[in-house]
Design a protein around this ligand. Sequence first.
Ligand code: ARG
Length: 570
Amino acid sequence: MYLIEELKTSLAKALSKATGEEIAIDALEYPELSENGDLAFPCFSLAKKLKSAPPKIAGDLAAEVKLPKGFDRVEAKGPYLNFFLDRAELVEETAEVVRKAGEAYGDRKGDHASVMVEYISPNNNKPLHLGHVRNGLIGAALSNLYESQGKKVARALLLNDRGLAIAKAMVAYVKWGNEATPSSLGKKGDHYLGDLYVMYEQAAKKDESLEKEAHDVIRKWEAGDAETRALWKTMSDWCEAGQHETYKRFGFRFDVEYKESEIYQEGKDIVELGLKKGVFKKDETGAVFADLEAYKLPNKIVLRSDGTSLYITQDIFLAKKKFDEGGIDASVYVVGNEQNLHFQQLFKILELLGFAWADKVKHLSYGYVTLPEGRMKSREGTVVDADDLLSALEADAAMEIKQRHATLPDDELVRRAHSVALAAVKFYFLEVDISSDMVYDPKASLSFTGKTGPYLQYMHARIRSLLKKAETETKGEGEGRNLAPEEFTLAFALARFPEAVHRAASQDRPSLVAAHLYETAKAIAALYENAPVLSASKEDRKARLKLLEAAAVVLKRGAELLGFPVPEEM
Ligand code: ARG
């Protein structure tokens, strides 16, 4: 068990002994003032339950609690229990706990639930853009975090592959495509579809008849017209293949892939069921809608008057399909906050339909991304393309690396530049709370100093090369152990890592891990700056090397949870 958890367990034991009740401890505080201890437990919330005053509770607990390794003493001070660490022991103990756990440090086995995380879920008429990147980074990081806590995760993708968007690209292709293909053009299929889609949008501004043509395509598609279906399939496959290349570059992967075209009809049966149950009603045009007024939500049409299904019709069915087939306990949707209302309505409808799992669905809503220049535009084709973005980052990273290592072989340069680019974009995005809007500054994200992914990579590489050097340079100067305060600060950060991961996973906040990694990196830098390592006394040197080795493990594991690698060398 990890140090801080051991303390919580001891506390819980003391509590149950003092009160005869099982009370879980979740909140420990980290006091600002050192005289209030390194960790504190506030007793206010227990007062009501125990019908006793907080200072009295604190006193009773202080007498009862058994301190785990690494702790020096506990003091009751007013309503608080203040815990003081044994600094030298903490440094040693933490390094040892991390060494033993290795790459699994911070993981837990407790939670065996199985959860499906749906993320990215694009349409099939264009390449992925900056918003999809944020979505992908959040979905991937949360999946990793859930898994670290023992959950079983199914990563899922929905491709919305029918409807107006692809129909427009199809109209453009028939008119102006000249039967070109992605390979004849040397272009990724998703980029090609994006170009066609933009072409359509531009032309449609001047020619209103195009709109009707696009709707004709949809009608023919729904009627199963062979030619329309064939062209649709070809173009959709182009787009899908291109998008998958992008997923691969970013390290996104999926265990399950759904396609709207394969499920959209099936929602209609549920609509029938809802009509019977009185959850849905028909309006005067014959369209079916969910009456949500009583829940302070706008009514929602779930089937058009011509009997065709909508985005939500598909989602009602898909939500059920996931639980029917997936053997899952919970279903999470990572989707931008512009769809908040959609998911409120969807979840309310699922509840009204009486599905047993209706309270096991969750929309993880994230904010909008812009670049420093301003909003990214969508329709006019000036959208920030995910592939272009990563390529630009890789090119800049390669330049930076070349300056440091002029003789690096090309393939190694490419490999390192890719790794730095991933760290740059992933850390920068994930460091921000998911619900906030954000400005992505590619240049700042690539900086090798400051709160960035490349900085974390650099600190990791720095430790690894120091450890290598230590293998051959065996000398230490003098005897004696002289604990540097920076050792304690670093060890304490490492000791709190499992808690940061646990909180990040249970609160859906990858930013907590990002913040903790940065704090750790700063503590490493401070140690380097203020305490000698290789030239220190034998005991100091040994202890510091062991601590730094543990720090490297934490940086590596944390980065892995956020989805990027940390290199041995940089
Ligand atoms: N394809 C949709 C879009 O691009 C997002 C789909 C989200 N997932 C869902 N189950 N509705 O806006």
